[in-house]
Each structure stands twice: as C-alpha cells, then as structure tokens.
Design a protein around this ligand. Structure first.
Ligand code: NAP
Length: 274
C-alpha cells in the first residue's frame, strides 16, 4: 500500500508556481473577499494569503462587515472585475444569509474566477471545453493521482458526494480523463457494492462513510473529507486502519487532499488572463 503524500507534492507544486510567477511579466494579484466574522473563514483566508505571498502572488484581503448589503458586495465584485491590476477574485464562503451566494458567483468574471465556480467555467468543463480555471480540490486530486502514475482512462471511478465544489467537478474531471464514473449521494442505496468494483474511490462527504473492507484489491482511495471525530481529532471519510491494508494507494487525513487544495488554488491564482 502506498500513501498518497499530498504534503510533499503540494510543496513541489508550490515551488513550480513560485518559479513560474517569478518569470511572469504581468504579476498575478489575488483579491479575497471575506464577509462577516466567521472564525473558520478568517483562518482559511489567512492561509490563502500566506500561501500566495510565499509564491510571489500579490494578495489583498477585503474584509466587509456583516452589515454589507448584497448590492454593495456585487458592486465591489464588479469594480474588481474591471480593475486590470486584479487577476483573481475569490469570495470566501459561507456568506451571511441575506446575501444570495448564487448571485455572487454569477457576478465574478470567469477569467478571474480562481475557484472555477462560475457557470461559464462549470459549463465549459461540462461540454468538454477547457475552463479558465478548474475547481481547486478536484484539480489537486488529479495532480496527486498523476504524480503516482495512477491510471484513470478506462477505469471505474466512484465519487461519493455531489457538491458543486468537490463531488460534481471531480466526476466531470474523471469523465474528461475517460474514466467510467458513478456518483453516489445521500439517496444512493448500497454504496458498499459500488465501492467494491471501483478502481478509484473519491469520498467527499464529511462523515465516516468508507468503512467497508470491500474496497477492490489494489484500488486507489482518495479521502477528501475533513472533520473532527467525537474526541475532537481531525479525521476523514475513510476508516484508514480498516481500509488501507486492502488498497494499492490511499490518501491520509491530514496530509493528503488538504495541502493539495491550497497548492492547486495557488496554481490557479498564478494564471493571468487579459
Ligand atoms: P457538502 O456540500 O456538505 O456535500 C456532502 C455530500 O455528501 C452531499 O452531496 C451529500 O449528499 C453527500 N452525503 C451526505 N451523507 C451521505 C451518505 N450517508 N452517503 C452518501 N453521500 C452522503 O460537502 P463538501 O463541501 O463537498 O465537502 C465534503 C467534505 O470534504 C467535508 O468534510 C469538507 O470539509 C471536506 N472538504 C475538504 C477539502 C480539502 O481541501 N481537504 C476541500 C473541500 C471539502 P446529498 O447531495 O444527497 O445531500
């Protein structure tokens, strides 16, 4: 069994980004908008800012109070869309209830949408065109699979979870790489049976769901989930001790998908479109 070491690969990816940014004539500038005072969001935003600085990407955090209106936030995004110095815009989620997340996502220019969440980028991926940006987490997972030369084409892949940020784009990206993809969600019966025949399993749920010993021999299991167990310990969707002896490759939590997500986001933030 081989551990998919996201921590080590993330450093390599970040170093590649740093070298590429150093050679760029037009320097990337990432603007992150944080609305309200959610402590977890503040940590995520600070981590993104730190990562950007390490690779030479200029970053600005715009903090807006809870009282900001939807109209004001949309106007700020439009101002950033028009600002030629700004190359990437990221609005940290979740947003307060009085702001419609969908309107915010729709407002971001697809060429500055480093998260890859806008309908144009999602649609481009869906119809087989190159999006300006791929969503960071699934893109990071593919970097990890490619680093370990895990074959995708012609393989059976099971994606558990269908969120817009992980499950759905992951399924689309595996499909684009010619895997046969099954998507499971909370209404899917007998998920274990599906895992049993999969060459690649990507679990993005946020609950301990991959417990079965019935993973296919030598398959590859990618654990996206990250949450605290009843003892407060950080854990993932996969029962690592139970599942790992049977598989060929497995990503740990922490140290697997998490660091790859941030490296992949910086890869996106280093892209500059006119
Ligand atoms: P989400 O939006 O809450 O989606 C969870 C998905 O899991 C939903 O599609 C849901 O199905 C499905 N689900 C829930 N219970 C299930 C069950 N019993 N059986 C099968 N499917 C079930 O979550 P997310 O944003 O995709 O994130 C998922 C996990 O990944 C979380 O732990 C999150 O913290 C983590 N995450 C980690 C990273 C990273 O960089 N490491 C990045 C993003 C997310 P329905 O659609 O039917 O409700």
């Amino acid at each position: 069994m081989v551990i998919l070491d996201g921590k080590t690969l993330s450093l390599k990816v970040l170093e590649g980004v740093r070298e590429r940014v150093a050679k760029l004539e037009r320097k990337p500038h990432l603007v992150v908008i944080l609305v309200g005072d959610n402590p977890a969001s503040r940590i995520y935003v600070n981590n993104k800012k730190k990562a950007a600085e390490k690779v030479g990407i200029k970053s600005t955090v715009i903090e807006l109070g809870l009282e900001v209106t939807e109209t004001e936030l949309l106007a700020k995004i439009e101002e950033l869309n028009q600002d030629e110095d700004v190359t990437g815009i990221l609005v940290q989620l979740p947003l307060p209830e009085h702001i419609d997340k969908n309107k915010v996502v729709l407002a971001i220019s697809p060429k500055k949408d480093v998260d890859g969440f806008t309908p144009e980028n999602v649609g481009r991926l869906a119809i087989g065109l190159e999006p300006y940006f791929y969503p960071a987490t699934p893109q990071g997972i593919l970097m990890l699979l490619d680093e370990y030369n895990i074959p995708i084409e012609g393989k059976e892949a099971v994606v558990i979870g269908r969120s817009n940020i992980v499950g759905k784009p992951m399924a689309q990206m595996l499909l684009k790489r010619n895997a046969t993809v099954t998507i499971c969600h909370s209404f899917t019966p007998d998920i274990e049976d599906k895992i049993k025949t999969a060459d690649i399993v990507v679990s993005a749920v946020g609950k301990k769901i991959v417990r079965c010993k019935m993973v296919k021999k030598n398959s590859c299991v990618v654990d996206v989930g990250i949450f605290r167990d009843s003892n407060g310990k950080l854990t993932g969707d996969v029962d690592f001790d139970f599942v790992s002896p049977s598989v060929g490759f497995i990503s740990p939590v922490p140290g697997g998908v998490g660091p790859m997500t941030i490296a992949s986001l910086m890869f996106n933030a280093s892209k500059v479109y006119q």
